[in-house]
Design a protein around this ligand. Structure first.
Ligand code: NAD
Length: 446
């Protein structure tokens, strides 16, 4: 699983050879540690005239313990550059981006953050719509230009949702978003009344979270992070994974549930278990997934249906049951695990990519229903993540998967888990219907 090349780049020989040959030099990403300051340096906050987000942002950054500067300071390295572009109503005003960023972009520190905030283009018309849509090209290009593990994101905030951005800003302006880069996030109005958790360190205290496929890999990391955030985790996996599952649940103080989610009675058994033991569930993470790779001409019907059933059909059956019987409590969260293959397609993965694109469909279709109940449904789309699944990929493809991204390395399971924890946070009630890639801005599907 280890990225040997990245380790080599940190050795004395590697440090000498890599720049000489112009080889990729993957930076060491800053990752979350309890008690660490959110950013490694102050945030510089700017705004185009008449922005509606600058004021609430200021309050939120202060509350998060981030030092905020409103004018550049000579010789200062910044932990983040944050720009309120909501006042840009005409393409000519896009020059405000250049004015703010160009003089300071080189001063973004290692694992620094660039965040631009605007208005969802589909909510406005004419020149404003065009100008707001243009922000996407800016932030994605900045992501590709930034060095040393710094990232760039765009957050579209609906009118009326100005106060609902706190959990998203705390996530983006911290080491928890280490492998999220070049993304566009939409914050709506339906959950704007959601209040901040009592403790930002344990926002899921008192909540029940179900994680499928939790015995190893990404699922085990999700279980650990949700438990760290205070949730009681019900960790589910197939009986053959029982020993690994027990280890994870022992570590996190959760409950183990051995169940094949494709069994015809799985939705009923799951609903019964969650109701009897816990009186319901607050967060459902559909992480269980499989691959059966073959090009379409060589793909058997059973390999097709196995992948579609685990990765999509079984999840829909579980959702239907948990929603119909109100086992998923009001304000509940459903999180799907898609893949960049579901966005871009991939050779030898017609079955997998179909199922993972279907997960995006599940999010699109479910978002209005969940919103009516004060809940949300979102998905992550991981890129190359260092797990047993990707360790089995042939060496050349594995190396390409790691290097062909802005961060020139694979992500860790914890990076996917932190993104899911942001969706699960009670303060993220306005984050609904999103698909955020956790891919280090991979070129695939970019
Ligand atoms: P993994 O194979 O290590 O873990 C998947 C888990 O799901 C296993 O523990 C497995 O036993 C469980 N599972 C499979 N079928 C099940 C069933 N019918 N019922 C219950 N549990 C079942 O995989 P991973 O790399 O940790 O991936 C986790 C998720 O992330 C998957 O949905 C995968 O498609 C997705 N993903 C992974 C990557 C990556 O780079 N590793 C990239 C994109 C997406």
């Amino acid at each position: 699983m280890a990225d040997r090349y990245q380790k080599f780049t940190k050795t004395p020989i590697g440090r000498f050879v890599v720049p000489k040959l112009g080889l990729p030099n993957p930076p060491t990403l800053r990752r979350y540690q309890p008690g660490q300051p959110p950013l490694d340096g102050p945030a510089l906050l700017g705004a185009a005239p008449n922005g509606r987000l600058e004021k609430p942002l200021r309050t939120q950054l202060d509350a998060a313990g981030i030092e905020v500067l409103t004018a550049p300071v000579d010789d200062q390295r910044y932990g983040a550059l944050v720009f309120d572009a909501s006042g840009i109503t005409d393409p000519a005003d896009l020059r405000e981006l250049h004015r703010f960023f160009s003089p300071v972009i080189r001063k973004v520190g290692a694992s620094g953050r660039v965040v631009v905030l605007g208005t969802p283009p589909e909510h406005v018309e004419g020149r404003e719509r065009i100008a707001q849509r243009a922000l996407e090209g800016f932030t994605r290009s900045v992501g590709k230009e930034l060095k040393r593990g710094a990232t760039s994101q765009l957050v579209y905030v609906a009118r009326g949702a100005e106060e609902a951005t706190e959990s998203t800003m705390r996530f983006l302006l911290s080491a928890k978003s280490a492998f999220v880069d070049g993304q566009v996030i939409r914050i709506g109005t339906h959950g704007k009344t959601s209040s901040a958790p009592e403790s930002w360190d344990r926002p899921l205290a008192g909540r029940i979270a179900l994680v499928t496929g939790a015995s190893r890999g990404i699922g085990a990391a999700i279980a650990r992070v949700l438990a760290r955030d205070g949730a009681h985790v019900v960790a589910l996996d197939i009986p053959a994974q029982g020993a690994d599952l027990a280890k994870v649940t022992n570590d996190v103080g959760g409950s183990a549930l051995q169940l094949d989610i494709t069994a015809p009675d799985a939705p009923d058994r799951l609903a019964g278990y969650l109701t009897e033991r816990h009186g319901g569930v607050d967060v459902v993470v559909h992480n269980a997934g499989i691959t059966r790779d073959k090009t379409l001409a060589n793909l058997t019907e059973s390999a097709w249906s196995a992948v579609l059933t685990v990765n999509l059909v079984a999840q829909l059956a579980v959702n239907d049951k948990l929603l119909a019987d109100k086992v998923l409590r009001d304000n509940g969260r459903i999180v799907g695990v898609s893949s960049i293959a579901g966005i871009a397609g991939n050779v030898g993965q017609t079955n997998y990519a179909t199922s993972k694109a279907g997960v995006i469909g599940m999010v699109n279709d479910g978002a209005p229903t969940l919103a009516e109940r004060g809940g949300t449904i979102n998905a992550v789309a991981p890129g190359f993540i260092e797990t047993k699944m990707t360790a089995a990929v042939p060496l050349f493809i594995r190396e390409a998967g790691r290097r062909m991204s802005s961060l020139t390395q694979g992500g860790l399971p914890v990076d996917v888990a932190e993104t899911i924890a942001w969706y699960a946070n009670p303060a993220s009630a306005a984050v609904n219907g999103n698909v955020v890639r956790v891919c280090g801005q991979a070129l695939i599907g970019a």
